[in-house]
Design a protein around this ligand. Structure first.
Ligand SMILES: [Zn+2]
Length: 117
């Protein structure tokens, strides 16, 4: 067992990622608690998902940033050394990646059209 000195919580795994104090209630709050380098990557991920899924609502579900449209479309999270994507629909990540590649204005300042999710 490992006890984190900062908050005194005990975990099976050493350096277990967790929320000290209360869980965040917004994606912004969730990202703002991460280290600087992770925040940049998470904001980029958020920008991509917001643009690809313009009709989806943002929120927190399963303690992760989530895009919702009638059901959970996709979650993302940043444990210590990677960003995890957890799509509800098995091919959604591939469709978002393809959308990013095909999107004419991606990175060029034009307004992205969004993806039907
Ligand atoms: Zn803690």
């Amino acid at each position: 067992m490992w006890t984190r000195p900062k908050c005194g919580r005990t975990f099976v795994r050493k350096n277990q990622s967790h929320y000290c104090g209360g869980k965040p209630s917004t994606i912004h709050e969730c990202i703002s608690r991460k280290p600087e380098d992770a925040r940049q990557e998470l904001e980029r991920m958020r920008d991509i998902l917001r643009s690809a899924l313009p009709d989806a609502e943002e929120g927190i579900s399963w303690s992760m940033p989530t895009y919702w449209k009638g059901h959970n479309l996709i979650h993302f999270a940043a444990p210590k050394h990677h960003i995890g994507l957890y799509p509800g629909d098995a091919d959604l990540v591939a469709r978002i990646a393809a959308w990013c590649l095909e999107e004419d204005g991606w990175g060029g300042g034009a307004e992205p059209r969004g993806l039907d999710a």
